[in-house]
Ligand binder design. Structure first.
Ligand SMILES: NC(=O)c1ccc[n+]([C@@H]2O[C@H](COP(=O)([O-])OP(=O)(O)OC[C@H]3O[C@@H](n4cnc5c(N)ncnc54)[C@H](OP(=O)(O)O)[C@@H]3O)[C@@H](O)[C@H]2O)c1
Length: 279
């Protein structure tokens, strides 16, 4: 597996800011399961969302037995209209400090030969559901802080494919670009108001979805461990970072600079926009 140095992460500080409940959309396996396991180890209760009720029930029971947390399993297809609103409703009685928009992968497709309905399903999962869930949970995070500030966070699991176009990934790349810009914009708006948002331009990772997608003979050892990537996403959220680009693909040596440039631009806009919102 490709090495990725793990960033420092203080579990007590994380639980204080982002507990006592987290909601993970796309929780039953892969990166979602990694998030679930790491949050459970920090003592955070979990609302686990994906399509397969039995898989969620089994994961919830295992995490409850190992870490003593409370869990709730919500079977929901994130590509359905209204899915984001239903997730917020399913967690209405939980004090949610963290929302993770995780599911969002797609297979290779040729745009003109594929059905537009498949494209619209991806748009609903990666854009509409994210908008409704982020809005619903964000409102509640704003209301639960002290001294006029909110408290909580949102992780948007995007992809390096969102940093620019790619062949056979037109809709995936476009929706991941939305996710990155959306996360950066929310960070710029709410970071100083006590709510942290981070977009993860994730690299290729050894998840069940990836293993189902890749052709025979593909070297699945030269990919990242999802447990490392999700650990750093949680650490980056706590550190207040707006964006993490995990270097991957053609031009990867330039990506630390791309990340630095995007963050510098964003901070510039935070200051620039104060002239419009002051008073
Ligand atoms: N793996 C990679 O190499 C890679 C690279 C870059 C970025 N990413 C990003 O990382 C995130 C996670 O990727 P992943 O590889 O773990 O695969 P994924 O297929 O996006 O996520 C898997 C999880 O999402 C759930 N899920 C998938 N489709 C769903 C739907 N329509 N409704 C509800 N839940 C759904 C699955 O559970 P159920 O089957 O139970 O529904 C599973 O728990 C995605 O946003 C992806 O774009 C992944």
């Amino acid at each position: 597996m490709r090495p990725l140095a793990r960033l420092p992460l203080d579990p007590a500080a994380f639980r204080e800011k982002f507990g006592p409940w987290a909601v993970i959309a796309g929780a039953s396996e892969g990166t979602g399961e990694c998030y679930a396991r790491q949050l459970a180890a920090m003592g955070i209760n979990l609302v686990l969302v994906s399509r397969r009720q039995a898989a969620l029930d089994a994961l919830g029971a295992a995490l409850k037995a190992e870490f003593g947390i409370d869990t709730r399993a919500v079977a929901q297809d994130l590509t359905e209209p209204g899915a984001g609103l239903r997730i917020v409703e399913a967690a209405r009685d939980c004090d949610v400090g963290l929302y993770i928009s995780n599911a969002g992968a797609d297979g290779f497709a040729s745009f003109f030969e594929d059905s537009p309905e498949a494209a619209h399903r991806l748009v609903r999962m990666n854009i509409s559901t994210l908008i409704d869930a982020a809005n619903g949970f964000g409102k509640r995070m704003l209301a639960r802080g002290v001294d006029g500030k909110g408290r909580g966070g949102i992780i948007v699991m995007a992809s390096g494919a969102g940093l620019g176009g790619q062949p056979n990934l037109a809709l995936y790349s476009a929706t991941k670009a939305f996710e990155i810009n959306f996360a950066e914009s929310l960070w710029a708006e709410y970071h100083e108001r006590g709510i942290d948002i981070i977009g993860i331009a994730a690299p290729i990772m050894r998840t069940p979805t990836l293993l189902r997608m890749v052709p025979e003979g593909f070297d699945t050892t030269d990919v990242y461990d999802p447990a490392d990537v999700t650990h750093n996403a949680l650490a980056g959220l706590l550190a207040g970072a707006p964006l993490q680009i995990v270097p991957d693909g053609p031009g990867q040596e330039k990506q630390p600079q791309v990340q630095a440039d995007r963050i510098a631009r964003l901070i510039g806009f935070v200051e620039f926009n104060k002239q419009f919102t002051a008073g």
